[in-house]
Design a binder for this molecule. Structure first.
Ligand code: HEC
Length: 99
């Protein structure tokens, strides 16, 4: 590994070390940074990603289903199953309390 690459790696590790994870928008999302990264990758394409506690766990599956349809109608194709699984787990884990 070259010196240039290793300093880049250190920079990336430093950036990833802070938690919770700030999105490029400056919003902060709770939880595991790797899951947040997948969540933001797929859920900021059309609008700012909502906070996971903005819906209850029981509501998220229907929202994800609607967003899949919106992707199709924009010609984006469905979210791949592994990403969908990460996003679904992430939202379930940090969903809002029942009101
Ligand atoms: C193909 C574009 C697109 C993508 C990608 C997308 N959305 Fe949406 N989303 C929309 C549109 C259009 C609306 C409805 C208009 C609005 O509220 O801005 C919406 C609304 C929402 C809403 C509020 C209304 C509702 O249906 O409850 C939530 C919550 C939401 N999206 C979550 C998500 C999540 C989570 C993801 C990632 C899995 C995602 N969106 C990805 C297009 C998209």
């Amino acid at each position: 590994m070259t010196a240039r690459h290793s300093s880049l790696l250190v920079l990336m590790l430093t950036l990833c070390a802070c938690s919770p994870s700030p999105a490029p928008s400056g919003r902060v999302y709770p939880g595991d940074p790797d899951s947040v990264a997948v969540y933001l990758e797929y859920c900021t394409a059309c609008h700012a990603a909502p906070q996971p506690d903005s819906h209850q766990a029981s509501d998220w599956p229907a929202v994800l289903e609607r967003m899949q349809q919106r992707r199709l109608s924009k010609g984006m194709g469905l979210m791949p199953a592994p990403a969908l699984a990460v996003i679904s787990d992430y939202l379930q884990q940090h969903a809002g309390a029942a009101r």
